[in-house]
Design a protein around this ligand. Sequence first.
Ligand code: WTA
Length: 695
Amino acid sequence: SVAPFDHLSHVESTSQLPSGAGRISRPNAVVLGEAIAAEEVDLVVPSHDFSRDALVSSPEQYQQMYKRSIEDPAGFWSEIASEFYWKERWGPEVCSENIDVRKGTVKIEWFKGGVTNICYNALDRNIEAGNGDKVALYWEGNEPAQDGQLTYAQLLEKVCQLANYLKHVGVGKGDAVVIYLPMLMELPIAMLACARIGAVHSVVFAGFSAESLSQRIIDCKPKVIISCNAVRRGAKTIHLKGIVDNALVESTENGVPVDLRLIYENKSAMDRETTKWQEGRDIWWQDVVPQYPTKCSVEWVDAEDPLFLLYTSGSTGKPKGVLHTTGGYMVYTATTFKYAFDYKPSDVYWCTADCGWITGHSYVTYGPLLNGATVLVFEGAPSYPDAGRCWDIVDKYKVTIFYTAPTLVRALMRDGDEYVTRYSRKSLRVLGSVGEPINPSAWRWFYNVVGDSRCPISDTWWQTETGGFMITPIPGAWPQKPGSATFPFFGIEPVIVDEKGNELEGECSGYLCIKKSWPGAFRSLYGDHERYETTYFKPFTGYYFTGDGCSRDKDGYHWLTGRVDDVINVSGHRIGTAEVESALVSHPQCAEAAVVGVDHEVKGQSIYAFVTLVDGVPYSNEVRKSLILAVRSQIGAFAAPDKIHWAPGLPKTRSGKIMRRILRKIASRQLDELGDTSTLADPSVVDQLIEVSDH
Ligand code: WTA
């Protein structure tokens, strides 16, 4: 039903409303037991000029397209898919799906029988359309003076050389390749080279530790690992090759040796002379890849053949290998990119995400390149050498679309307007936000200061699992409300359900689920289809369960309220509490640990760990440091707890379950909201914990 939007049909055209027209108040909703303060929000209306030139220029146009996408998904998506090149067209059934566990195995297929290649569609197809000389990638290094660029034709040549090399060393269709690279152009090049030959890439964010890297290697058993010797991030040098070596010692011990290590020499960080090297096993990229031909034939694959695996955190300890396939993902990332950023061929697009996360997959590499866009790849840290770096880059490349995470917005906001206003930023047209809810004050600062009250903000809600945007503004179409991700993308039917799985109507809040599949949906968890069904399709039968809470206001706008499971979102990075706990308890002096997320002004959430030490071990700063080190070395620096709270005991039910609700309240010092503690096995534990935290 498209009913939730009907009441807004009185907004004839957004352009007819004066800027700032009307004030709507946020519902005084209760989300999963926690009250959201009622807050006045402005209605931010796109300018007349913006809407006039936008791909979707009014709520009516959106509603029409949305209605069609829901009523006739096959027709809607076929038309779009036809704009791509298919060696063979898909069969009569555009989508076949079962997402209801009661009816059997969960299965999602789009464009089944279609034969295509995403690399061909991103590069060759755009070159054939006359865009060979258009810049595909701009690269800005860690130091402001380092940069580079590749046109579409040049990018294709680089991709082909690597693809030929990979083929030569025996990588073929369906083989896994692990990529552990920082934001060099070689990262998207490596992804596209894999896609060209039908190999399945698994990019591991280069901030993950050796332990995490080896865990992923052991799970997907790659033929080759592609990395580099080192990278500079801000003022630090990180020796990635050393991390790879350590990871491979561990994976070899677990029966997964990786015989081939292709290492890019990242000269600006470290030269080959100082890199630890093992002749015969380690291969320098620059020594082999450039010798291969610059043309490479395409491996045509089925729409449902796997494109990549990307590991992400869940409620339990082991990371999940989210599996995406080719055809639907291609159509979906391209389409969401185009509409959510109101893409124009003249745009220069910059997404600050790393290709190690889903945002970098869908919206640094595939989505924009499929549209023939010019993409900026930035290697460095956004506040190096100073907090003005982003706007320096925006002016240098005349960036028109700037897509980032709320955590960066809040960090830059704290550094002061001065760093922003000293740059022109007049090229900017559209802003974007992703990774966590953006609080209204950060939204306003982003809008008013960065965008000079001129650029709509696409607050895109989505997940590794969804492949692409799910709930997002379409700039120019709708009046915006600061902090709301607004409305569903075409083809997406979000529903908000209560604990029992009943769909809630109108103004409401509860658990966010999705009805029916969409082309970009993940198809499985690698090697564990049962976990796929249990985690996502069993909690609320008949729906895909997102793990997020959400409320909908009286105007139908969606407000994401954060995770409702044991996943913490730190600076937009998804971290499972169980992963951090298992890193902590691996420390020989740790008896028990429980981790919760607490609100953090800049990071959104920070990690707060309650730790009980082994009997007789005194609590000390040294132990504290070595516990944090255990997390850094087992997961990565980004998962380090901000606070270790010594716990003489943990609040548990009589059956031994830790009551995190109470720990969350203690961690955020909401001591008058502890709730009922009488069901605890030992209620006095709570008082002890409160006392300890006072010290
Ligand atoms: C959160 C990142 C609110 C959410 C693309 C989701 C958001 C998780 C938003 C997925 C947003 C992402 N507003 N929350 N615009 N975008 N999230 O898999 O909790 O790294 O479930 O994908 O991030 O994180 P993931």
